[in-house]
Ligand binder design. Structure first.
Ligand code: 5GP
Length: 112
């Protein structure tokens, strides 16, 4: 898999406002926030997009959700939205799996 901007954030080649890190995952503030709180949760494993995940990634995917939950709580969020863009047609621009976590404003449903 080609290096992405997110693998460079993992390796600290480029800076980011890192909110959480462990051996499997990283959470950092989105550089172009779409809500008062907007951060991304990524696996350190370079999975390009959700549909590339396999059964062996099951525990990792669950871990990412719990990281999203824990960091949202640390950020003082009670109501928040998770979003995963899968593929260019769904507005994915960085091909390293990431969960958007957005909060601090109301969200409508269905999304645009
Ligand atoms: P996507 O459209 O792929 O689902 O979302 C990619 C997200 O990554 C966008 O919200 C964009 O603002 C964010 N992003 C892109 N480049 C950088 C960067 O260099 N640093 C940070 N922190 N976020 C980035």
């Amino acid at each position: 898999m080609a290096d992405t901007i997110f693998s460079k954030i993992i390796s600290r080649e480029i800076p980011a406002n890192i909110l959480f890190e462990d051996d499997q995952a990283l959470a950092f503030a989105d550089v172009n926030p779409q809500a008062p709180t907007h951060f991304l949760v990524i696996p350190k494993k370079p999975i390009p997009k959700l549909s590339d995940a396999t059964r062996e990634d099951q525990a990792l995917l669950g871990h990412l959700l719990l990281v999203a939950n824990n960091v949202a709580a640390e950020q003082g969020l009670t109501d928040f939205r998770l979003n995963v863009n899968n593929g260019a047609g769904a507005s994915q621009t960085v091909f390293h799996l990431h969960i958007h976590v957005l909060g601090g404003r109301p969200f409508s449903w269905p999304p645009g």
